[in-house]
Design a protein around this ligand. Structure first.
Ligand SMILES: [Zn+2]
Ligand SMILES: [Zn+2]
Length: 139
């Protein structure tokens, strides 16, 4: 069980699965939305995330060309996760978790839209897009 919250504490969540697939996302949407050159996210099945408190504070911005929702706190602006309903997948923003000491990224993803001036691969495998299920198995 993992727990996390936004900066103001209005939204609290729990995750009921292992966070064993963490990637540094370099896509243009993460970069702009977070104001950061890449964003570590834990990829989980959508039904493993439970909003414990503050569901009414959760805002969703739809990135229409990728059919995904960026979910953030309407009070403090913290970006908590991205939801892709078609893939039944959530990319949880690692920085919002309470305990991160044991969490390690496995790869850099979506490098094709990364900001080349700021690339830091940290010696991790890098993928132009999001790795396929086969590619993820091998990481
Ligand atoms: Zn908040
Ligand atoms: Zn991204």
């Amino acid at each position: 069980m993992h727990r996390g919250s936004c900066l103001c504490g209005g939204i609290r969540y729990s995750v009921n699965c292992d966070l064993d697939f963490i990637v540094n996302c370099h896509c243009q949407y993460c970069r702009i939305a977070h104001g950061s050159e890449f964003v570590p996210v834990a990829v989980i099945a959508a039904d493993k995330l439970e909003i414990l408190e503050g569901n009414e504070l959760l805002s969703r911005f739809e990135v229409s060309n990728v059919a995904a929702f960026r979910c953030f706190c309407s009070t403090c602006g913290t970006r908590l996760y991205n939801h892709s309903p078609a893939a039944n997948m959530i990319s949880l923003v690692v920085a919002t978790l309470m305990e991160t000491a044991d969490l390690v990224p496995k790869a850099n993803v979506n490098m094709e839209s990364s900001n080349r001036c700021f690339i830091q691969t940290n010696g991790l495998p890098s993928f132009d897009t999001f790795p396929s299920a086969d590619e993820r198995e091998k990481l």
